[in-house]
Design a protein around this ligand. Structure first.
Ligand code: NAD
Ligand code: UDP
Length: 312
């Protein structure tokens, strides 16, 4: 089972699992996605799509070996628009998914996030760092939902013996991100392709470390295939500033876009970069796709969507 299976990461996970010969049930309520993301999978044998809100108990539709719990808004504009839904997905949704894992003696993988580190005071971030989160700021609906989900996952492991693994996913990008989801990569690519100004927040000196989605999904699968409890960072340690990313995307799209400086986001982390030594050691995993190649594939996909949009 993949909750959030129609989302950006979830749809790539479903696709990889099917390609590896694993049957998949994707559960999604389309809060931040559309079924379009899995349109290519709907008629494949072994794939099923269940429209369901994970904050409601999951219906009895068979038993599962592995449950990947991804259902949650993930883009800042999405979770700021859906604050209570995001807290409910992290709390009630995670409870329901863990209950199912307990019932089926399934391996449970939580899609947690680098946001649990907040605006980090330690750099790069190892899993042992406890974080620096504003528990009442606007971003807290996401950060604290994930921190609670991690605590709940560990409680089910300790108290109920559920076989759990926590992945702390760092910024991931690739095809199937919504052009309007507000995250930096789809926003810059969509605007660069339209020769519109690239909206750099604050000074643009804040950093992120971008992982191509195929690599992130391989990391999640490696964690599922292990018995490691995590938390374990899944991300690409190549860090760059938002301004440098804007320049890279402008060049890669051969765009005439200018840079437009907009207001900095509240509680925006200044630096973010994963220490991935634990994943390398315990899972034998590390990202393989360079940013040049990942951005090339992503830009190609966005350009194709624009062509399709123009012809319909
Ligand atoms: P996304 O918004 O594209 O996908 C999330 C999916 O969950 C959507 O299909 C949405 O409709 C679904 N969903 C939300 N609430 C639901 C509910 N109550 N019931 C059923 N479905 C629900 O986001 P994404 O980037 O694919 O992120 C997937 C997961 O990975 C999230 O849990 C996110 O927190 C985590 N994550 C992602 C990133 C990243 O950079 N993409 C980084 C860290 C963590
Ligand atoms: N950002 C930006 N312009 C945009 C969208 C985002 O400069 O149009 C910045 C944002 O303020 C943050 C960084 O890019 O500093 C990454 O933002 P994103 O929403 O992609 O991810 P997150 O903040 O969750 O890491």
């Amino acid at each position: 089972m993949v909750t959030g299976g129609c989302g950006f990461v979830g749809s790539h996970l479903c696709e990889q699992l099917l390609a590896a010969g694993t049957d998949v049930v994707a559960v999604d309520n389309f809060a931040t996605s559309t079924p379009e993301n899995v349109a290519g999978l709907l008629h494949r044998p072994g794939f099923e799509l269940l429209q369901h809100d994970v904050t409601e108990p999951l219906p009895d539709i068979g038993s599962f070996d592995v449950i990947y719990h991804l259902a949650s808004a993930a883009s800042p504009p999405d979770y700021l628009r859906l604050p209570i839904e995001t807290l409910r997905a992290g709390s009630l949704g995670t409870t329901n998914a863990l209950e199912l894992a307990e019932r089926d003696h399934a391996r449970f993988v939580l899609a947690s996030t680098s946001e649990v580190y907040g605006d980090p005071a330690v750099h790069p971030q190892p899993e042992s760092y406890w974080g620096n989160v504003n528990s009442v700021g606007p971003r807290s609906v996401y950060d604290e939902a994930k921190r609670y989900a991690e605590a709940l996952t560990m409680a089910y492991r300790r108290e109920r013996g559920v076989d759990t693994g926590i992945a702390r996913i760092f910024n991931t990008y690739g095809p199937r991100m919504r052009a309007d989801d507000g995250r930096v990569v789809p926003t810059f690519i969509a605007r660069a392709l339209a020769n519109a100004p690239l909206t750099v927040a604050g000074t643009g000196e804040q950093t992120r470390s971008l992982c191509y989605v195929e690599d992130t999904v391989l990391g999640l699968r490696a964690l599922a295939g292990s018995d490691h409890p995590g938390p374990i960072n899944i991300g690409n340690p190549h860090e760059l500033s938002v301004r440098a990313l804007a320049e890279e995307i402008r060049i890669a799209t051969d765009s005439s876009s200018t840079l437009e400086y907009i207001e900095e986001a509240v509680d925006d982390p200044k630096r973010r970069c994963p220490d991935i030594s634990l994943a390398q050691r315990e899972l034998g995993w590390q990202p393989m796709i360079t940013r040049t190649e990942g951005l090339r594939r992503t830009i190609e996909w966005f350009a194709r969507q624009r062509c399709v949009a123009r012809t319909v």
